[in-house]
Design a protein around this ligand. Structure first.
Ligand SMILES: Nc1ncnc2c1ncn2[C@@H]1O[C@H](COP(=O)(O)OP(=O)(O)OP(=O)(O)O)[C@@H](O)[C@H]1O
Length: 342
């Protein structure tokens, strides 16, 4: 992408069915992550004008005049209408309707399938028909509800890459809501919705590298959490301790000695001391509770200072002969520890 992404500052206050009060910066392809029930669909419906709410911009316009293209979950295409008829639906009745609908389908690369019914289209193709229909309204904002839910794993990345390229080419800011961190990784900008507010937003590389709250870390796949206190800080290394453990973490921010903090790290960043050959400044003694195959990896559930998880390749897990009840020394590098606001 060469040009700067299209941006829009959004404000929404909603009371029912869920209380929301938020400011959100939409930059190009923006993904809002939240757990199930956080109010993601309600937010999109409020912006689109389908739920009564205080919204800016466009909040003073009736629903049909808002320059917003809304793709609900499942896309809500009319099953009895052909692809071009679905796209033509919002267009004014005129002799040019068919031609305009075909031109919109061409913009999303689907002109050849114009005569098909939705049941004859793949998940990704349905999404593009819905996108073409949304573009027919000449939107200044596109809203997408769970764009990955109707896509299979094999074609998901391809469909999303195309969608993101198209959105950039159209120069229209897009807000997608999801609970899928994979989608957020592809975004220009991301935000986290929790208890009706945005608790963190920024470029995905920053948010993934530095989650600030436990809820954000959990949504992004962090599964290990330990609560402790800062014992000392030397340069960029913090020494943090809890009941029976002490760990070193890298941190550029100065935190007072004695402050409570929470540490988090990914299951894939925990490793077995004796197998790695790596220096191990941070050791934890743990007991194996259970193991579970996860694709080509094995997730090991551990009891240590807190319940912990470690993700090993299947070969590593087999070579280590890890069995429930056995004790292990596991390690974590200081740079992989994230410090959360306790
Ligand atoms: N029509 C409704 N009547 C009553 N409660 C509702 C209605 N729609 C949503 N809710 C409630 O409002 C809250 C937010 O729902 P919403 O669908 O916006 O969440 P979500 O974040 O999109 O969830 P999901 O990821 O599961 O789709 C939930 O607690 C839900 O039960």
């Amino acid at each position: 992408m060469n040009q700067a992404p299209a941006t829009l500052g959004l404000r929404c206050q909603l009371k029912q069915p869920v209380a929301l009060d938020l400011h959100l910066q939409i930059r190009g392809f923006t993904v809002l992550l939240g757990v199930s029930g956080a109010g993601k669909t309600s937010l999109l419906q409020a912006i689109a004008g389908l739920l009564p709410a205080r919204v800016s911009p466009f909040g003073d316009l009736p629903v049909e005049q808002r320059p917003i293209g809304y793709l609900p979950q499942g896309y809500a295409l009319f099953p009895h209408l052909r692809a071009w008829e679905n796209v033509a639906f919002p267009l004014p009745r005129s002799a040019r309707r068919h031609t305009e609908a075909l031109a919109l389908l061409q913009r999303v690369g689907l002109k050849e399938l114009a005569e098909r019914f939705p049941s004859e289209l793949s998940g990704g193709q349905k999404q593009r028909v819905a996108l073409a229909r949304a573009l027919a309204r000449k939107p200044q904002l596109l809203l997408l509800d769970e764009p990955t839910s109707a896509l299979d794993m094999a074609t998901r990345d391809e469909v999303l890459d195309e969608l993101i390229q198209e959105v950039h080419a159209f120069g229209i800011p897009l807000l997608a809501v999801s609970h899928d961190p994979h989608l957020a990784m592809l975004a220009d900008h991301m935000a986290i919705l929790r208890e009706g507010r945005i608790i963190q937003e920024g470029p995905p590389v920053e948010v993934f590298a530095r989650p600030q709250h436990q809820a954000t870390a959990h949504l992004l796949g962090f599964r290990n959490f330990l609560s402790g206190r800062i014992e000392a800080q030397e340069n960029a290394i913090l020494r943090i301790a809890g009941a029976g453990w002490q760990l070193q973490a890298e941190s550029s921010s100065a935190l007072p000695v004695g402050s409570p903090v929470q540490l988090t790290w990914r299951a894939e960043d925990l490793f077995l001391e004796e197998k790695s050959g790596l220096p191990c400044p941070n050791r934890l003694l743990v007991r194996v509770r259970a193991g579970r195959a996860e694709g080509l990896s094995t997730r090991i559930y551990l009891e240590g200072p807190a319940p912990l998880e470690m993700l090993l390749s299947r070969q590593q897990a087999e070579a280590a002969q890890i069995t429930p009840g056995s004790s292990l020394k596991v390690c974590i590098q200081p740079r992989h520890l994230q410090i959360l606001v306790a």
